[in-house]
Structure formats: C-alpha cells, structure tokens
Design a protein around this ligand. Sequence first.
Ligand code: GLP
Length: 247
Amino acid sequence: MIRVRVFGDANALARALARDLARRLRRNPRLVLGLPTGRTPIPLYDELVRLHAAGRVTFSRATTFNLDEFLGLDARDPRSYRSFMQHHLFDHVDLTRRRIHFLNGATDNVAGECARYERTIARVGGIDLQILGLGLNGHVGFNEPARALAAQTHCVRLTSASRRANAAIFGNRVRAVPRRALSMGMATILHARRLVLIATGASKARCVERMINGPVTPRLPASFLQLHTNAEVWLDRAAAERRNELL
Ligand code: GLP
C-alpha cells in the first residue's frame, strides 16, 4: 500500500521533506540518497540549501546518486542534468565531490557505464532514500511507459512526450532534446530502502490517481511503487485532486 501525504501547496511539501531529510542526516550522516531532476524538486533543493546555510543540515558524509542523464551530453554541458544539480544543489551544500554519483552521458561505452553505476550503488550498500519525481506520462527516472520495463540501469529511447516535457532546457526546441538517455532501472529504484515520490500541480492529478489506485502496469511505470513495502507519495492539493474525488 502506498502511503499518501497531502500538503497545502508545493512549498509546504518542500519544507516538510527538507526537514525530514535533515533529521535523517543527523541520525545517519552517511545516508545514501537517490535524487531526481525536473521542476518539482526545485523547491526542495532551495529549502535544503537554506537549511544548510542556516547550519541546520550537513551533507559532508552523505552520498548521492542521480536517477538519469541525457545521452550525448557532457557533465559540463549547461543542459545536462548534472549541471542542473550543480546549479540547484551541489554548488551550495557541502557534499564531497567523490560521493556525488552521476551517469556519464558522454560515455562511449553505454553498457559499461550502466554496469559501473549498478556496481557503485551496490558497493555503498544500496540507496537508503530514493526521492522521485513523476513524468506526465507516468515515467519515473526515465523509465518510459512501454510493453516491458528494464530492471537495471540502462539506455532508453525517450518518448515524444518526455522530449516535449524537457524542451524548456533546450530553448523550447523539442528537436534539440536528445533522443536517448541513461536511467536507473525499475529494480534499481525499487531496491531503495525507502521511496518518496513527489508530485505537485493539477497536471499530475490524473497520473497520480492511476499510480495509486490503478493496476501495476509497465504502461505506467510509477504504478510499480505499489510493490514496494516502504513507498510514500507526497502531493500538494492540486495533484491530489482526483484522488480526493474518488475517496
Ligand atoms: C524528467 C526526469 C524525471 C522527472 C520528470 C518530471 O523527464 N527524467 O526524473 O521526474 O521529468 O519532471 P517535472 O518535475 O518537471 O514535472
């Protein structure tokens, strides 16, 4: 059963999750975090930066793994997810560089890079807390709706819906969005000890309702969260709208 928490707005959600993370980091400074990109986590990262500046959280011994990266983009490319994370979080907190882990979008050995990521996650003992966003089409990371899902970190062909959703990073030119990406697989994600998926805004409401109440199906990868024993979905009121209608 997915546990659902609803907050008044996106900022209240971000504040609560940042405080939750800060508490967990105080209890276990070596926490291993899985992190998403996208618009949804920006208020969370802002809040973590604020708490860090106020001396209320340190990441000095924490480890992070990001979910995904565009294939063909170098980490220093301003449109890469790595640059997004530098800009919104990494440049402003005390994470140790060698404990920040990212898929290398510029690799010329895709299979080797995916295997390296899986090995690195295993070597640190797995992910304690994986934070997830939700694609408008129900993807998590870049596990796109399909007839079947890949279990492990893999290379994925992006759907046109996902390329459209990411066009803003590429000057609103959908054709400039890479056609492929590297992403943790569904099993990589489900092996995390705790999952917190965050979704805000009315545009996500339909998908949220299907994720929580619908069948577990690769056509909606986020529905696989129903199989996890410690999965939570944190919503603002707008994203929870349809769910409330059904209750
Ligand atoms: C991107 C990322 C996902 C993210 C999703 C939602 O495509 N690959 O990991 O969760 O989009 O983005 P947003 O939060 O902007 O709606």
